[in-house]
Design a protein around this ligand. Structure first.
Ligand SMILES: [Zn+2]
Length: 486
């Protein structure tokens, strides 16, 4: 409730493209993003007359894998159905989907609950369908690109178990992690290859009666930020509409709304009364399937370690904080980089985690790269970490070395050798620089001796600067303090 006069009730339908090489019912390349329009098409995914679908076995296996990772039942029988509607991005005039016999039913996943502890969110079903093409609006006309048409799409329907925006975001994040870890989908929200349809309603007590008016379905949210903002806006809008005796008071069924990030508002798309009847019927070009138990059990046995288990292991086995474990496990390539650097490269675990959570993530952001595109190999990271933990280079120098490793692909030790960056711990050498700085920086020295102890930082910076960051910081500080006197 958190101070609001109403409770928010949220259910999320998540659409994710599966990580297959080819499309759902033809051999066309499924990696459509960035390809020139209408270059990844054939008679099947263009819906030309006489073309027949051939199901993608891999897509069915990945769907079952997703269901098992989400603790679903995999029923013994399943089939595909036609969902009929007319829209320019749907070449056949129908979408092959699953109606009453989905591949997966009745699962759950766990999220951090608002009130502390964890909460189980029900998964009603997860079914397999094909993605549509894409409309490109250009001024007064619209163009259509069918590259995305027929890409396998898994729709995962949650129960209306989410009670706040925070829980909705936690659910989206937990689902993303599970699907990425199990290799089912790359969950590429930014490419439109993963989208959320979100059902939002409000429940409250009025005059001693519980009111739960019909929900709004917010279509096609393509980022966590959009999910957060749209749900916040729509739940408050429903409440204000009810208070103002608006349409919600008389509405009988749910409405569908869109989200405009530009205006920060939802807008009406259609009322249920106008919504299409999809006239589902069994797809006549495909047979029904009996899912073999052995197949399901083989897929279950091959499930990789799930994010929750991996986080628990990272904290127990490597002594990482929950926070560090959460960052590393959020992206499998980060977790893999960490684990190999420690196990095979012998890097200190906490130090390796810090480098990944710090410089690695920062560099990825700066360069606009995915976590799968880190140019530094685990053994290289381990080499850098060892040079710092053995105090052969300073942290400041290590950051320079890291940047050069990232750019050139060279090993840390080779860069340190070539550029003469090894840390200087020799007291005589450091003492000469300290004496020189004390002799020339008269103002800072006078400040320090006059009682402003913080002036030592300026002197420390000068010494390190003259030594090009290579002076052993502990020795520099000690000698400065000794020579300046109390
Ligand atoms: Zn095709």
């Amino acid at each position: 409730m958190t101070g609001r006069p109403y409770e928010v009730v949220i259910g999320i339908e998540t659409h994710v493209e599966l990580a297959t090489r080819s499309k759902m019912f033809c051999g066309c390349n499924a990696r459509w993003f960035g390809a020139p329009p209408n270059t990844l098409v054939c008679p099947v995914c263009l819906g030309l007359p006489g073309a027949l679908p051939v199901p993608n076995r891999r897509a069915i296996e990945l769907s079952i894998r997703a269901g098992l990772a989400l603790h679903c039942e995999v029923p013994g029988h399943t089939k595909f159905d036609r969902k009929n509607y007319i829209y320019p991005d749907l070449p056949k005039g129908y979408q092959i989907s699953q109606y009453d016999l989905p591949l997966n039913t009745g699962g759950w996943l766990e999220i951090p609950a608002d009130g502390g502890g964890t909460k189980r969110v029900g998964i009603v079903r997860a079914h397999l369908e094909e993605d549509t093409g894409k409309l490109i609006h250009a001024g007064s006309h619209s163009l259509v690109d069918f590259n995305r048409s027929g890409v396998p799409l898994l729709e995962i329907v949650s129960a209306p178990d989410l009670s706040s925006v925070t829980e909705a975001l936690a659910y989206a994040e937990a689902l993303r992690e599970i699907l990425i870890h199990s290799g089912v989908s790359e969950f590429r929200l930014e490419e439109g290859a993963a989208r959320f349809d979100t059902n939002v309603s409000i429940r409250f007590t009025e005059g001693g009666e519980v009111r739960w008016p019909p929900q709004s379905e917010i279509k096609n949210l393509n980022s966590l930020r959009a999910l957060e903002q749209a749900v916040t806006f729509e739940s408050q809008r429903l409440w204000e509409d009810w208070q103002a005796a608006g349409e919600l008071r008389t509405r009988k069924a749910k409405i569908t709304v869109g989200w405009s990030p530009e205006t920060g508002r939802t807008f009406l798309q259609r009322r249920k009364e106008e919504a299409e009847d999809y006239r589902y019927f069994p797809e006549p070009d495909l047979v029904t399937y009996a899912t073999a138990r052995e197949t399901v059990e083989a897929i279950r046995a091959a499930l990789p370690e799930m994010p929750e288990a991996r986080r628990a292991r990272f904290t127990a086995e490597y002594g990482l904080s929950d926070y560090d474990a959460r960052i590393l496990v959020s992206e499998p390539p980060l977790a893999a980089l960490f684990e190999s650097a420690v196990r095979e490269g012998g890097a200190d675990a906490k130090a390796a985690a810090n480098w990944i959570a710090g410089e690695v993530l920062r560099s990825l952001r700066e360069k606009g790269l995915r976590s799968s595109e880190i140019p530094i190999r685990p053994l290289q990271l381990a080499g850098l970490v060892r040079l710092v933990t053995s105090r052969e280079i300073t942290t400041r120098v290590a950051k320079e070395v890291f940047a050069e490793m990232w750019a050139s692909g060279a090993d840390a030790a080779a860069i340190v050798e070539a550029r003469g960056l090894r840390q200087v711990s020799d007291e005589g050498e450091i003492a000469r620089v300290v004496d020189d700085v004390i002799a020339t920086e008269t103002k800072a020295v006078a400040d320090y001796r006059g009682g402003n102890k913080r002036a030592i930082e300026a002197l420390f910076g000068k010494v390190m600067g003259r030594m090009k960051g290579k002076g052993d910081p502990q020795v520099v500080r000690r000698l400065l303090a000794e020579k300046l006197g109390p």
